[in-house]
Design a protein around this ligand. Structure first.
Ligand SMILES: Cc1ncc(COP(=O)(O)O)c(C=O)c1O
Length: 406
């Protein structure tokens, strides 16, 4: 039996009748850009996140772009963001003419290492973009403390983490802006590209709203330059159908993660990543430093397979279930083993941003960000979509057991 990494047909097929009705409603309305469908979805999203305002935009990438533009970030400014993340985060910083200043990652939660961020602050630093990778929020207390200390703006890239919490507060609601992606494989997936910006700041919301439509206010008058970042009515209508099911999707992902953890942690040489090295990094800098040194030396870690862990006071919505194999070449060997047995997996992400050709002018060496560099060679994401049958997870675990014990 093949096991695919995603099965979008399973999720959308279950809602086919409601999605069809929503499609016909929009078709017959003749209103395809912004309008009542988008307004309705924005209200529902604001309510879901608990933020004051939500603004539907064309993608998660454009959400970051709009947020940066609304904060007035541009040439001469530096913006801190992780190296180990999807390209959009730093790409948007570069697109507004600012300089992405990369930050190393925590080897445990995969998110930005706050202590490393602190080291990279200069008088030009204007903002920080913590990315909540794979469904778990970054160490936000540390991020917000840095922001307070140095007067930085905070944009949470919550593309992968809508619904995740940190001390009970929702992703995307703690910074000046939170940005969300509704790319079809995200936990709330549209039927095409879509995204949102979330904020508690009414003045920033108004700015972002004007920027969404070419900086136009009133019609055909432009005091600022924006872009076309509008959300389609069709996508908003589809998302309105799916939003009420979001908590069910998350519950299913959590069940799937628990099943992986139960089955895989029973195997020899498998360990669950320990978060005392993560959330409390500032409290125990020596421990964090020791971890960074191990990463830099390329020494073998003590276990074969590391399962993802969730830090105290956080949770995960498990956008990805990402394991780590520390020994060089071992991750690729496991991936080949899974592929040969019809099991889908993916490497998010094989090359950290500081090593990307388009950022070569920044002059970084791979070892400048030792954890980000290592993670790119060690991570592997397994199928965890809400509708995956439990037997398929059992099958993935059996194949991994076979690999580890060979
Ligand atoms: C961390 C992160 N940021 C930004 C984005 C961009 O979102 P979109 O694909 O909707 O433009 C993604 C999407 O994959 C992402 O994973």
């Amino acid at each position: 039996m093949n096991v695919s990494l995603f099965d979008l047909k399973a999720q959308n097929g279950a809602l086919e009748r409601e999605l069809e009705e929503a499609f016909l409603r929009v078709l017959r309305s003749g209103h395809f850009i912004l309008g009542p469908e988008v307004d309705r979805f924005e209200r529902a999203l604001a309510e879901f996140t608990g933020a004051k305002h939500a603004l539907g935009v064309s993608s998660g990438t454009d959400a970051i772009l709009v947020a940066l533009m609304a904060l007035g970030i541009g040439p001469g400014d530096e913006v801190l963001c992780p190296s180990f993340t999807f390209f959009a985060t730093a790409g948007c910083v570069a697109r507004v003419g600012a300089k992405p200043v990369f930050v190393d990652s925590c080897p445990v939660c995969f998110n930005l290492d706050v202590r490393d961020a602190a080291r990279r602050i200069t008088p030009r630093t204007k903002a920080i973009i913590p990315v909540h990778l794979f469904g778990q929020m970054a160490e936000m207390e540390g991020v917000l403390e840095l922001a307070r200390q140095y007067g930085l703006r905070v944009i949470e890239d919550a593309a992968q983490a809508m619904g995740a919490t940190y001390r009970g507060k929702q992703a995307a609601t703690l910074g000046d802006f939170g940005t969300i992606s509704f790319f079809p494989t995200k936990n709330l997936g549209a039927l095409g590209d879509a995204g949102a910006v979330v904020t508690n700041d009414t003045a920033l919301f108004e700015k972002a709203k004007i920027l969404r439509t070419h900086g136009m206010e009133p019609k055909y008058y432009h005091h600022v330059i924006g872009g076309n970042f509008r959300l389609d009515a069709l996508q908003a209508a589809m998302l309105s159908v799916k939003l009420p099911h979001f908590n069910g999707y998350t519950a299913a992902r959590r069940r799937n993660a628990a099943l992986y953890a139960e089955r895989l942690s029973a195997l020899p040489n498998v360990t669950v990543s320990k978060h005392e090295n993560c959330g409390s990094q500032r409290a125990t800098p020596e421990r964090a430093e020791a971890l960074r040194k191990v990463a830099a030396t390329g020494k073998r870690w003590s276990h074969d397979l590391y399962l993802p862990g969730v830090a105290p006071e956080r949770d995960s919505i498990w956008n990805q279930y990402t394991v780590r194999l520390a020994e060089p070449g071992r991750r690729d060997a496991l991936r080949a083993h899974l592929t040969a047995r019809g099991i889908g997996s993916e490497i998010y992400y094989p090359l950290p941003l500081h090593e990307q050709a388009c950022f070569a002018h920044l002059g970084h060496k791979p070892e400048d960000f030792p954890c980000a560099h290592r993670l790119a060679g060690e991570v592997l994401s397994l199928p965890i979509y809400p509708e995956i049958p439990a037997e398929q997870i059992e099958q993935v675990c059996a194949v991994i057991a076979e690999f580890l014990q060979a």
